[in-house]
Design a protein around this ligand. Structure first.
Ligand code: UDP
Ligand code: MG
Length: 312
């Protein structure tokens, strides 16, 4: 039977959370009274997550499908692999660590049924570290300015999509992408709903500071060329100022005579400009690195095995 809802969950070393997640999720989905499927992607876990997912499939072979990756390809690739295979009309994503309560799913489905094709969640009372909350606020604000995406809470993965949108997302072959942002570029009638947020039930965040920075560069470079354009604008402004400065110095030289004071001021200005130059190179490098990754066309993830029941 064709499922109505497909729930997509990326899993990376979540052994302590999976049993509770599966219990709460199936409880919510069972009372919907509509056929559903749950697609777990095991993103190269090195703990017992793989074995647990296999067990869930054994318990509910109709509803549970497991995509087993050959290694760790990242949360967004894990979701992408599931998006390529979903069978439902509506697709819901959520995290495996119970930060996104499964009990909120009916609220998302109601918004989809009200005619929206993308429903984003924004976290009511975000339960993360002080640093994460404020860094996210800042990045969100920058993203809102430099991309055309209107999204209140880019980090919230509790979201629902119409199948048409998911198929469009899955037809993208990019390696480094940001799925909620991609969804917004295809959405005709998106909306956002407030969802609860819990502290991570067990285990630690799978993102290090470095990986968070990388992920946000994927989002910024993937959906905007404003960082490059800002550099051009800065270059133009600086050239104009420097030109005026040269004119001033020439006149000063002729009127007042040669000067030798202010060597350290000169150093300060020079260091600043060198730093800006290096930053510019770095930004160009971010784009070129991604272009390089795309042109090599290596597979963006490798699947070792898929556990699913194919309808006879
Ligand atoms: N995840 C994944 N692959 C990764 C990193 C994370 O599949 O390389 C999954 C993880 O198991 C969880 C979700 O993505 O279900 C969100 O990760 P996490 O909770 O660590 O991120 P945070 O909430 O700290 O942003
Ligand atoms: Mg989390």
């Amino acid at each position: 039977m064709q499922p109505y809802v497909s729930v997509v969950i990326p899993v990376y070393n979540e052994e302590e959370n999976l049993e509770a997640l599966f219990g709460r999720l199936t409880k919510v989905l069972d009372v919907l009274g509509r056929p559903y499927e749950i697609l777990f992607t095991n993103d190269g876990s090195r703990d017992r997550s793989g074995a647990l997912l296999r067990e869930f499939h054994r318990r509910r072979p109709r509803e549970v499908r497991v995509i087993d990756f050959n290694g760790n390809f990242g949360q967004h690739m894990a979701i992408m692999a599931a998006f390529e295979r979903v069978r439902g009309e509506v697709v819901v994503t959520l995290d495996a660590d119970l930060q996104n309560p499964p009990e909120e799913i009916p609220k998302l489905l109601a918004a989809i049924e009200a005619g929206h094709d993308v429903v984003g969640g924004y976290r009511k009372d975000r339960q993360d570290s002080f640093f994460r909350r404020y860094a996210s606020k800042l990045i969100n604000a920058i993203r809102a300015r430099i991309t055309h995406i209107t999204m209140r809470d880019q980090g919230c993965m509790l979201r629902a999509y119409r199948r048409r949108i998911v198929d469009l997302i899955a037809s993208n072959s990019e390696t480094s992408t940001f799925i909620p942002a991609l969804a917004y570029s295809y959405a005709a009638n998106p909306t956002e709903v407030e969802v609860e947020h819990a502290a991570r039930a067990a285990g630690r965040s799978k993102y290090s500071l470095y990986q968070l920075v990388r992920l946000n560069f994927d989002l910024m470079t993937g959906f905007s060329v404003v960082p490059l354009q800002l550099f051009t604008l800065f270059g133009i402004a600086l050239s104009a100022l420097s030109g005026l400065f040269v004119v001033y110095l020439v006149i000063r030289r002729l009127v007042i005579g040669p000067e030798a004071e202010g060597v350290f001021t000169l150093f300060a200005i020079l260091y600043f400009l060198v730093a800006v130059g290096i930053l510019g190179l770095g930004i160009i490098g971010e784009y070129i690195g991604r272009i390089y990754q795309e042109v090599r066309r290596r597979p963006r993830f490798v699947i070792r095995e898929i556990l699913e029941q194919t309808d006879a």
